[in-house]
Ligand binder design. Structure first.
Ligand SMILES: Nc1nc2c(ncn2[C@@H]2O[C@H](COP(=O)(O)OP(=O)(O)OP(=O)(O)O)[C@@H](O)[C@H]2O)c(=O)[nH]1
Ligand SMILES: [Mg+2]
Length: 255
């Protein structure tokens, strides 16, 4: 491609968002505002147990700020998503191997809410990473939303389906974020999107939000939208509600 837009060519996969049940498309002023919040991100030392969380976040109370938690399998790109949003001086460790993040890391975004990067979950519930995940998610009403990251190449695995059930049990709302889209083939991305659409449309997944995000932290695509979305979910910004919340009551078929 040549001409003035050559440098900003949109990759083929970005058009796949039109196949999603609902995609989130904020305006430029909203994006600029969200970026201001994220530019003021502050890192608080990671902690394995609730008693070591930032003081305001240890228990529910008027001082507790809302939290958005980034969750997913090891190496799915959780820390990379966080790093792509915050200022480069903020400490975020990313590596090619699994198990890089070992603690719950709290990033205070514009003094309004916390973005929490946790270790990847494993199959074995006794591992430290899973214990930390439970510490962060269980019975903590300040968790306003979980970004549930899925690697677009692998599709939804059994373990991921199992963790989604846990989020339903914990009554934590969650949003699907597809990562590493720049690496996927068309077939891989189509399969992943189809699997996610099935869950989003299912009446059994009541905590699942209808927006789905396609992202590439490497190419910095889909990140701006996600930043605005997080600010809106955490109540730091008001964005016109494009989302049709799912019915909270379930219709159980009787035979
Ligand atoms: N091509 C590409 N690579 C990515 C992207 N996001 C992350 N990666 C790579 O994936 C690897 C893992 O990234 P991390 O962000 O450390 O993954 P994580 O989920 O935090 O991993 P753990 O902390 O071990 O659970 C790194 O080598 C990143 O460079 C992306 O959007 N595109
Ligand atoms: Mg990490």
């Amino acid at each position: 491609m040549c001409g003035p837009y050559a440098k900003h060519a949109v990759p083929w996969w970005w058009a796949m968002r039109y196949t999603l049940p609902q995609y989130f498309s904020p305006s430029k002023p909203h994006i600029d505002r969200a970026k201001k919040f994220f530019n003021r991100a502050e890192y608080t030392l990671g902690s394995p147990r609730r008693v070591f969380f930032p003081e305001s976040q240890r228990e529910e109370g008027p001082k507790a700020l809302p939290e958005i938690v980034v969750m997913g399998q090891p190496n799915v790109g959780k820390s990379s998503i966080v790093r792509s949003m915050v200022h480069e001086d903020v400490k975020v460790i990313v590596a090619t191997y699994k198990g890089t993040t070992k603690l719950a890391h709290f990033y205070k975004i514009g003094f309004r809410f916390f973005l929490v990067d946790i270790p990847g979950y494993e199959e074995d519930d006794k591992v430290m990473g899973n214990t930390i995940m439970r510490e962060v998610l269980q019975r903590r009403p300040m968790v306003k939303s979980v970004l549930f990251l899925v690697d677009c190449r692998g599709g939804l695995t059994d373990l991921e389906q199992y963790r989604i059930q846990h989020l339903e049990q914990y009554h934590v709302p969650y949003t699907f974020v597809v990562t590493k889209c720049d690496r996927a083939s068309e077939w891989q991305l189509t399969r992943t999107v189809r699997q996610i659409n099935k869950i989003v449309d299912s009446p059994w997944h009541v905590r699942c939000h209808r927006e789905v995000f396609l992202t590439s932290a490497k190419e910095q695509i889909g990140i701006d939208e996600l930043m605005v979305y997080m600010c809106a979910r955490a109540g730091a910004m008001s964005v016109k509600k494009t989302e049709i919340e799912k019915e909270q009551s379930l219709t159980i078929p009787i035979d």
